[in-house]
Design a protein around this ligand. Structure first.
Ligand code: AMP
Ligand code: MG
Length: 494
């Protein structure tokens, strides 16, 4: 092959691309190509659901060059890849410029989805790091993206993981992987903070206008805040974030690194690092081994999200033009979060309609669960099965304080006394997942994959895609965590 032919060779994924974010211009991004991995790539996992969402052809993985292209080893026809610049607050402290240090954006499809290769090599924003992602953390990100979607929680998606035997050094040598991530937008609070902190109001405005026009067009025509579109935008982001946090708290999801550069402007769960689904219900649980102060403990998440929104408000202040209006635009978080959280918890209790006393019922059960660190997912699923006709013993068996549980169960039963039981059971079975991506399940999958057994990725994915279904024969994936699960340490190292 001549040099020229090699240079022009590209894989055609069968997608059509449009400029999207790239049209914002060089102040926002650097055009570059992924860096090929030195060892040949192989498939580790893929999501057909994500492929369908993207509009990929049925045989997408078979077509020439796709594996290489999604590893960053071959260009994708029709794309001009780039990395974007952002800044952010990390662990409560201004961290200055960050940016896509290892995620390279291929572009945006005609269907309005951005496609990124995470771990595809260094960028001008890598800050001395290697631009790579290891297999271990890539499996966690891939599975959790699709798991969150399966749970009905807004998230960036993952099309596939490709792996390679190329060495990547963390605490010890590991192997490289690339996750193809998909989302309507990967823009973070930190993108706004970046231009605001650098007093680049022209770019700040261009970015806000782009995001409003693309994703929040209703802000242009609203009467809220005397037609101040930027304030309406901030309010809309606050509300989406509040709704997202309500879902995290209700399902028992701990993100682990809620820095402002990991906060999606669309209210999506983004950047899966040391996340964890709670095993035993411990409101103060810290899932990130690097988070020594517990800033991102499970019960801190709603407040941290508000703190992060405050940073976004500060960043947007030059556009909003009035501090009081900016503060007012954040106010709705304080009503939307509790309303959404209560709604989600009510659904977990099988209650379609609100009634007085529901909040007390919710608070009481959470207190009982916390007192004995009862397994959160198993409790709710067993309670659902009890509503579905099973006896109460399997739920009761989860508690040492039987009297305390019985008293709560009585008030729960009284609340349901006049309500159709079948409907309540149905709502509960659709609101309380049987399968969540517990740390030990991820760990077992990672260990199998490290031995080149990738079937475990597909097996777990199939359960997590439809986590409310029973999946007969898969009970081992829905059981209590083994003792060693509590010794798993997940840090920011990824
Ligand atoms: P995170 O904690 O994963 O959200 O990452 C924070 C920042 O560090 C982001 O700007 C990432 O792009 C960057 N980063 C993390 N790991 C790497 C890596 N291995 N190579 C380059 N940049 C990285
Ligand atoms: Mg990040």
């Amino acid at each position: 092959m001549s040099l020229l032919a090699e240079d022009t060779a590209a894989a055609d994924l069968g997608l059509r691309w449009k400029p999207g974010f790239r049209a914002l211009g060089p102040a926002f991004l650097t055009e570059l190509r992924p860096t090929p991995l030195p060892d040949p790539p192989y498939w580790v996992g893929h999501s057909e659901a994500a492929a369908r969402m993207l509009g990929l052809p049925a045989d997408w993985r078979q077509s020439e060059g796709t594996l290489a292209a999604l590893t960053g080893n071959l260009p994708v026809a029709g794309t001009q890849p780039f990395a974007t610049v952002y800044s952010g607050h990390q662990f409560g402290v201004w961290a200055g410029q960050l940016g896509d240090g290892r995620a390279i954006m291929l572009g945006e499809t005609e269907g309005g989805l951005e496609v990124q290769l995470k771990g595809a090599g260094r960028t001008p924003y890598s800050r001395g790091a290697d631009g790579r992602a290891v297999l271990r953390s890539s499996i966690r990100e891939f599975l959790c993206s699709e798991a969150m979607h399966g749970l009905g929680i807004p998230t960036t998606r993952a099309l596939c993981i490709t792996g390679s035997d190329a060495r990547v050094y963390r605490e010890m040598p590991e192997t490289a992987a690339v996750v193809t991530r998909v989302a309507p937008s990967f823009i973070r609070f930190g993108h706004f903070e970046h231009f605001s902190a650098n007093q680049r109001e022209t770019e700040l405005r261009a970015l806000a206008d782009y995001v409003i026009d693309r994703y929040y067009p209703a802000c242009r025509t609203t009467d809220r805040f005397n037609g101040n579109a930027y304030a309406a935008f901030l309010e809309a982001v606050s509300e989406r974030t509040a709704a997202l946090l309500a879902q995290w708290q209700a399902v028992g999801f701990c993100h682990g690194v809620m820095n402002t550069d990991n906060m999606s402007i669309l209210g999506l769960t983004i950047d899966y690092g040391p996340f964890q689904f709670l095993d035993g219900f411990d409101p103060r649980h810290i899932c990130n081994h690097s988070d020594t102060s517990g800033r991102y403990a499970f019960n801190q998440q709603p407040n941290v999200a508000y703190w992060n929104l405050f940073c976004l408000a500060q960043a947007l202040l030059p556009l909003i033009g009035d501090q009081e209006i900016a503060i007012a635009a954040l106010e709705s978080y304080k009503t939307v979060f509790p309303r959404e959280f209560e709604g989600r918890m009510r659904a977990k209790l099988g209650l379609a309609e609100a009634a007085e006393g529901d909040r007390a019922l919710i608070e009481a059960v959470l207190k009982l669960l916390a007192a004995e660190k009862v397994d959160y997912t198993i409790f709710w699923r067993r309670l659902s099965q009890h509503m579905d006709g099973g006896n109460a013993e399997p739920v009761r068996d989860l508690f040492l304080d039987r009297a305390g549980f019985d008293a709560w169960l009585l008030s729960f039963s009284q609340r349901h006394a006049q309500l159709p039981r079948a409907q309540a059971a149905d709502l509960m079975l659709k609101s309380n997942p049987k399968y969540v991506l517990r740390n030990h399940l991820g760990q077992q999958t990672i260990e199998a994959a490290s031995q080149k057994d990738f079937s475990a990725v597909a097996t777990l994915l199939a359960l997590l895609e439809t986590p409310f279904e029973e999946h007969p024969g898969a009970d081992a994936y829905a059981g209590f965590p083994p003792d060693w699960a509590s010794t798993i340490e997940i840090s920011c190292s990824s």
